[in-house]
Design a protein around this ligand. Structure first.
Ligand code: MG
Length: 372
C-alpha cells in the first residue's frame, strides 16, 4: 500500500468568538492510499501554520513540507514515517506548530492501518485495558461564581461524576478565584470530583496559596496554574502541596514532557494526541510517565476525532486516569463535522470497537465549513 494524497483541511464556524473555546474551528488531516483506504486525523494548533507545515514545498533536507515526505510511503511504516517527518522538517518542526502537524498525519496512518486490518487502533497498539473509561465534563467557568455553580449542577444532573472548570475569570483576584471554586463545589455536591484548570495565570507563590485555599473544597487536580516554561515554579508548587498538579497540553513531544515530569515534578501528565506527535509519540510519553509512577490523561477540546483518538490511546496504556470530554452539544462544528458523535453515559465513554479510529467525516458538513 502507498500513500497517494495528504490533505490539510481547515474548517471554521462562521461565528468565531474571541473566547477560550478551541472548538470553533479545526484542522483536519485526510490521508489517501492506492488501496482506496483513507484515514483521518486532526491537529489542535494554529491551523494555518499547520496547513503550511503539511502543504509546504520540499525546500531542503531539513525544511520539507510533511506531505512531500510521506507521499509514496507505506502507511504501515508509522515509526519510520514519524522519524522521516521529524528529521525532514527539523528546522520548523522540533516544537510547536511544525511538530503538531505530524500528529494529524500519524493519527490518519493508524486509522488506515486499522481499517486495512479490520481492527480498532487500540488493538494494534496492544491495548484492551477497558470497555469504557471514566470521563469528566470539561467546561469553561461561568462568567461569575454563581453561573459556575449553575453549570456544575447541570453537569451533575447529566450524570457526570467528575467536572472540570477552566480559564477566565480565574486569575482576576483572590476573592473571585476562591468564590469560583466554592460555588463549583456547592453546585456539584460533595461526592463528585471537581477539577480546576487555572489557565496559566499565576506565579509559583500565588499558585501555592491558591492550591492551599482550593484544598478546602477537595479538588481532584489543579491544572496549568503557571506558564508552561516555568518548570522550576512547577516543581516548587508540586513539592509544597498535596493537591495533584496537572499539565502537559502545551508540550509538543516526549523531550518536553520529560522536562515537565523530571524538572517540573507534575503529578498528572496531560497529552493531546493531536499535538504531541500522534499515537506513535503518545505511547512513548505514556511509558515515560508510567516509569515515573505518574498517571496520564488526554487533553481534547476540539472535535470528536481528537477525543476518539484519545480513547484508543487511553485503552492501550496501563496508567490512564480519566478522559477529558467537552459535553457542550450546541457547538455546531463539533456536532456536525463527523458522522458519529460521542455521548457519555453515567460519566463514562465507550471504547470504540470499529476498525481504525471508528469515526468518519461528514462530507456535507466538511464542505459547509471548509475554508481551504
Ligand atoms: Mg487545560
Amino acid at each position: 500500500m502507498k500513500i497517494t494524497k495528504v490533505e490539510a483541511i481547515y474548517v471554521r464556524q462562521p461565528d468565531v468568538k474571541f473566547q477560550c473555546d478551541s472548538g470553533q474551528d479545526a484542522l483536519i488531516v485526510r490521508v489517501e492510499t492506492d488501496a482506496g483506504i483513507s484515514g483521518i486525523g486532526e491537529v489542535d494548533s494554529s491551523p494555518m501554520a499547520v496547513k503550511g507545515a503539511i502543504d509546504g514545498p520540499y525546500s531542503h533536507s531539513a525544511a520539507a513540507g510533511l506531505a512531500s515526505l510521506v507521499l509514496g510511503e507505506d502507511p504501515f511504516e508509522t515509526e519510520k514515517i514519524w522519524h522521516k517527518m521529524y528529521r525532514g522538517n527539523i528546522y520548523g518542526g522540533r516544537r510547536g506548530a511544525g511538530f503538531h502537524a505530524m500528529s494529524g498525519i500519524d493519527i490518519a496512518l493508524w486509522d488506515i492501518k486499522g481499517k486495512a486490518l479490520g481492527m480498532p487502533v487500540w488493538k494494534l497498539l496492544g491495548g484492551g485495558f477497558h470497555e469504557k473509561i471514566r470521563c469528566y465534563a470539561s467546561s469553561l467557568f461561568g462568567h461569575t461564581p454563581e453561573k459556575t455553580g449553575e453549570l456544575a449542577r447541570r453537569y451533575r444532573d447529566q450524570g457526570f461524576g467528575a467536572v472540570k472548570f477552566g480559564w477566565d475569570p480565574m486569575g482576576r483576584d483572590e476573592k473571585t478565584d476562591i468564590a469560583l471554586v466554592r460555588e463549583a463545589r456547592k453546585g456539584l455536591g460533595d461526592d463528585a470530583d471537581l477539577l480546576i484548570d487555572a489557565g496559566l495565570v499565576w506565579d509559583s507563590k500565588t499558585a501555592q496559596q491558591r492550591a492551599r485555599a482550593f484544598s478546602d473544597f477537595n479538588i481532584f487536580w489543579l491544572e496549568e496554574p503557571l506558564r508552561p516554561d516555568d518548570y522550576d515554579g512547577y516543581r516548587k508548587l508540586a513539592e509544597l502541596t498535596t493537591v495533584r498538579i496537572a499539565a502537559g497540553e502545551e508540550e509538543s513531544n516526549r523531550q518536553s514532557f520529560l522536562d515537565l515530569m523530571d524538572r517540573g515534578k507534575i503529578d498528572v501528565v496531560q497529552v493531546d494526541l493531536t499535538r504531541c506527535g500522534g499515537f506513535t509519540e503518545a505511547m512513548k510519553i505514556a511509558a515515560l510517565a508510567w516509569d515515573r509512577g505518574l498517571p496520564v490523561a488526554n487533553h481534547g477540546f476540539t472535535t470528536y476525532v481528537n477525543v476518539t483518538a484519545a480513547l484508543h490511546w487511553l485503552n492501550s496504556i496501563p496508567n490512564a486516569l480519566i478522559c477529558e470530554f467537552v459535553a457542550e452539544e450546541e457547538t455546531n462544528l463539533r456536532e456536525s463535522i463527523t458522522r458519529q458523535t460521542l455521548r457519555a453515559r453515567d460519566g463514562y465513554l465507550d471504547i470504540p470497537q470499529a476498525p481504525g479510529l471508528g469515526i468518519e467525516l461528514d462530507e456535507d458538513a466538511l464542505n459547509k465549513y471548509r475554508v481551504c
